[in-house]
Each structure stands twice: as C-alpha cells, then as structure tokens.
Design a binder for this molecule. Structure first.
Ligand SMILES: NC(=O)c1ccc[n+]([C@@H]2O[C@H](COP(=O)([O-])OP(=O)(O)OC[C@H]3O[C@@H](n4cnc5c(N)ncnc54)[C@H](OP(=O)(O)O)[C@@H]3O)[C@@H](O)[C@H]2O)c1
Length: 319
C-alpha cells in the first residue's frame, strides 16, 4: 500500500525542515513546497533519511493558487507552516508580510477544500494570542485569548498583526466551510538548525545574547524546542479532539535569567553587561497540548543543542 501523502508548506524553513524530517522518519510521503527548487538552500532536505524515495519538492508561492493546489493534490493532510518571519523591519509590510501570511493562508485552505484534504494543521504563533495592552498579568493566558490587532497596527507590529489576522481567518474559514483546521501557536522556537545556507529569525536570538553588548531589555522569553514543536504538530494532526487551537510553549524565562543560565554553561562568551527592566511577564498555558500527551525537553538541553548547532554553522564566529 502506498504511504500516506502529506504536504508541508515552506518546507525549507527552520520549523518545516524538522517537520519534514519527522514525517519522513514515520514513513510518510511528503510533498514540500519551496519557492526556488534547485536552490542550495534546500540541500539539507534532500539529504534527509528517506528523502530520495519519499520527498518531492514542488515550486509554489503562497500567492499563486494553482501552484499551491498542485502541491496539495493527493494529500491527506496539509501542514501550513510557510509565512514570512522577518528578522528586521520590512519596508513594505503589506506586500512582504501581510499578503503572503493572510491571503497565502486563505489560498492554502481553499486549495485544501478543493483537493478534499482531511485535516489541516496551521502553524500560528503566540503572537496571535498575547500581544496587547490589556493582557491580564494575574491570570493564566490560554487559547481563549487573541492579540489586539488595532494595537499591533498602532505599534507597527506587522508580524504579530499578520499572524493574528491569518489565524482568525483560518479558523473562520474552517467554520464556514467545514474544513478540518487545527491551529498551533508556538512561542519562540529554538533548537538545532537543519538549514545549510539560511538562518531564520528566531535562531538569531541566542547568538545576539552570546555576542554581548551594552544594554538589553530584560524581556520575557517564552521558549519551545523545534523538535518538541514538530512532535506537537504531528500530535494535533493525529488526535481528533474538539479543540481547534493549541498553545505550544515549554519554558518562560526573563532574558537576564536566560543569560545567567547560558553563562553557567558557556562562561567564555561576552554577554550583555546591563539589562533594563520590562514589565511584560505573562503566564501562558500549554495545558491543552499536554493533556494530549505532549512532552517537552529541558531548557538546558535546548540551549546546549542550539549553541552547538550555531557553533557548527559558524554563527558565533566573531567570538
Ligand atoms: N521561529 C519561531 O520562533 C516561530 C515562533 C512562532 C511561530 N512561528 C511560525 O512558524 C512558521 C515557520 O517559522 P520559521 O521560524 O521556520 O521561519 P523560516 O525558517 O523563516 O521559514 C519560513 C518559510 O516560509 C516560506 N515563505 C515565506 N513567504 C512565502 C511565500 N510568499 N510563498 C511561499 N513560501 C513562503 C519560506 O520559503 P522559502 O524557503 O521559499 O523562502 C520559508 O520556508 C511561521 O509560520 C512562523 O510564523 C515561528
């Protein structure tokens, strides 16, 4: 019997590459969408165990409906991971961020409906849950919360706006059409990188701390390991609960405490000399995901494996 086919959008990205690796290890046939097949930035995918037999890369842009439909055709499940995640301010957020995230998601869901896909897992973010001036600091933040889109616009937080709008529309699309969509909202994703020539935005966070500097904000960091995230993505695809939305967060730590933890493991890096206080602590709950059996590794393991991988990739060379 042919292996079950599934599609992963944006297959060459940080999270998606780990998802493709996991799916291949489980014997799935994987259709991965990429924008530039043949580019060296997808070489790591071709080297994954099982890739030569079970991975096909499709050229697709989120804004090109037919290209998405061709990649999705014949798949039982679709993991919609692709979305722009800029590491710096983008000059034209509407074109570079919002349209691919929002219209791109609608295109993926419409194609899933047309191709009669059984289940879609949409990778959203805690950016769609907890950004706003009125988030209660004395309550546990669960999946019933949504980021304040007007506040995101006012503060020009276009990434958070794009994720919130895209997820709202995705869940609304599911309600209107009956398409089975589950969204998963990860926090900052760390862990070893698989990509060979690109570095995604979240993998720049620890190198920045390790390279030091004068003053850093003592921001709260909500962290999940990429390997635990892809386990969660597969888990919510396989379980058929009523829930449509899952927060995926493992650790909550202030930047200063994170720095101390790193220092105790790697004393010879530079590290920031000073932190300014930020009142942004919120308690996020991944209880729903944990009730499905989701488990996560220790923060120490994530940090050690991340730093090792950044060293191997030459991201810490200025030390
Ligand atoms: N990393 C985090 O900390 C974090 C936290 C919460 C949520 N997330 C979510 O997780 C997902 C993956 O993030 P990541 O960190 O793995 O980012 P990443 O490495 O930058 O990957 C993003 C992917 O999106 C694809 N993409 C962007 N615009 C596209 C378009 N117009 N058409 C087709 N593909 C497009 C890129 O494709 P190309 O390879 O063709 O450029 C890339 O593969 C995103 O939805 C992000 O919002 C990430």
């Amino acid at each position: 019997m042919a292996a079950k086919a599934v599609c992963v959008t944006g297959a060459g990205g940080f999270v998606a590459s780990w998802l493709v690796k996991l799916l291949l290890s489980k014997g799935y046939t994987v259709h991965g969408t990429v924008r530039e097949p043949g580019s060296g930035k997808y070489e790591h995918l071709l080297k994954l165990d099982g890739a030569s037999e079970n991975l096909t890369l499709f050229r697709a842009d989120l804004l090109n409906y037919d290209s998405i439909l061709s990649a999705i055709a014949g798949c039982a499940a679709v993991f919609h991971v692709a979305s722009p995640v800029p590491s710096t301010v983008v000059p034209n957020p509407q074109v570079e961020l919002i349209e691919p995230a929002v219209q791109g998601t609608t295109n993926v869901l419409q194609a899933c409906l047309e191709a009669k896909v059984q289940r879609v897992v949409f990778v959203s973010s805690i950016s769609a849950i907890c950004i706003g001036p009125n988030m209660p600091k004395d309550k546990v933040i669960d999946e019933s919360y949504w980021s304040d889109k007007d506040y995101c616009k006012k503060t020009q937080n276009w990434y958070c706006y794009s994720k919130t709008e895209a997820e709202e529309r995705a869940l609304d699309f599911a309600k209107r059409t009956g398409l089975d969509v589950v969204s998963i909202c990860p926090s900052l994703v760390l862990g070893p990188i698989l990509q060979s020539t690109t570095v995604n935005a979240s993998s720049l966070v620890l190198p920045k701390l390790l390279k030091g500097g004068d003053s850093f904000e003592n921001k709260t960091r909500w962290i999940v390991d990429v390997r635990d995230l892809v386990d969660a993505i597969l888990l919510v695809n396989e379980k058929h609960e009523e829930e449509r939305r899952y927060i995926c967060n493992a650790h909550t730590i202030k930047a200063r405490d994170l720095t101390e933890k790193l220092k105790s493991i790697y004393p010879s890096y530079k590290y920031p000399s000073n932190f300014t206080e930020v009142d942004d602590y919120l308690r996020l709950s991944s209880e729903k995901l944990e009730s499905l059996g989701w488990k996560y590794r220790s923060l120490e393991e994530t940090l050690i494996d991340s730093v090792q991988s950044y060293q191997d990739a030459g991201l810490l060379q200025s030390q």
